[in-house]
Design a protein around this ligand. Structure first.
Ligand code: SF4
Length: 325
């Protein structure tokens, strides 16, 4: 949850996640759409899916008992070497070294190895880094050691301005600020456009308010690689939107791409003609939409259009003048 999202927001969403799914079994039994709905807006939805699949795997095959050893944890869906080592060392004290991007950078700098990225260095460098991480590991306190190394990389030995004078490893370090760390790929921009179509329900028995107003949403097909199964606004056929029709422009960053989304108000009768055919479409009451597995961009648009409420932590952060994601 913490990847690319502020702690203040995650703290609230994490509590909400635990309230909805208090046990591993309750998570395993929940429909995937419910899990994605609680995760909506946090990004990296594959993690929510894998967490759900892992809970199902543990419930079905391991009697509901989460393994404690790193080698066994790695057998679960979505758990790789990094997560397995972090859980096993921090929660169970197993002497296994964690190597995330921050630790990798610190170790490369200490040892004076040229490339600070796995891609740049290849498999041989990766093996050397893991071997060094194993050798340095404090076997008496592996969890604390791993957390300290990750924190050192995140706060002291940072990519651009390492604080070498404050670094506890300065004596051992071969580079001390002289290491050439590859630059991150620059952000790119993309313009996209979506239709915001809202109508008043004519269904009998509906009362006034959010249950009576409906928004047109579309479900991303299950076979797409990015955010399958999540709900979003229908995409417009053309990204050019006349100024008179432009409701808002929203910037939304995903990985290395800044999306500039133009949002056009579209009448119900016009929606089919000016939007691209995608997944299944439904008119959804605003009350229901708020609890659905919306993409982060769609939730952002509905919040800015005052159609669904802003999550509490986000509202507080905005009042303090800070963006949250
Ligand atoms: S001395 Fe500087 S470069 Fe070396 S590990 Fe510490 S912060 Fe990083």
């Amino acid at each position: 949850m913490l990847q690319q999202t502020r702690v203040a927001v995650v703290a609230e969403r994490y509590q909400e996640f635990l309230r909805r799914f208090p046990t591993l079994v309750s998570l395993a039994l929940a429909p995937e759409q419910d899990v994605l709905a609680v995760w909506s807006g946090l990004g990296y939805y594959r993690r929510a899916r894998m967490l759900h699949k892992a809970a199902q795997f543990v419930s079905t095959n391991l009697g509901g008992n989460l393994p404690a050893k790193a080698e066994e944890l790695k057998l679960l869906p979505g758990i790789g070497a990094y997560t397995a080592a972090a859980v096993a060392s921090i929660a169970h004290g197993e002497a296994v070294a964690v190597v995330d991007g921050n630790v990798e950078r610190v170790l490369c700098r200490i040892a004076g190895w040229e490339a600070g990225s796995r891609k740049g260095g290849g498999a041989a460098l990766r093996r050397k880094i893991e071997e060094l991480a194993r050798r340095l590991l404090d076997r008496a306190r592996p969890g604390d050691w791993n957390q300290a190394m990750m924190e050192l990389g995140a706060t002291v030995c940072t990519p651009r301005n390492p604080q070498c004078m404050a670094c506890p490893l300065m004596k051992e370090c071969k580079t001390r600020g002289e290491h050439k760390t590859p630059r991150r790929a620059p952000m790119t921009s993309r313009v996209v456009a979506y239709a915001l179509s809202v109508r008043t329900s004519t269904a009998p028995g509906k009362r006034r308010g959010p249950s009576m107003r409906e928004v047109l949403l579309e479900q991303r097909p299950a076979e797409v690689t990015v955010m399958p199964g999540m709900w979003e606004l229908p995409a417009l056929l053309h990204s050019e939107v006349p100024a008179t029709e432009l409701r808002m422009t929203v910037r939304h960053a995903i990985m290395q791409v800044n999306y500039y989304a133009r949002i056009r108000t579209v009448f119900e009768d016009d929606a089919a003609a000016i939007t691209a055919a995608g997944g299944e479409r439904r008119w959804v009451s605003l009350r229901e939409a708020a609890g659905m597995a919306l993409t982060g961009l769609t939730r952002k648009v509905l919040v800015r259009a005052h159609l669904v409420a802003m999550p509490a932590a986000e509202a507080i952060a905005r009042r303090r003048g800070r963006a949250v994601v």
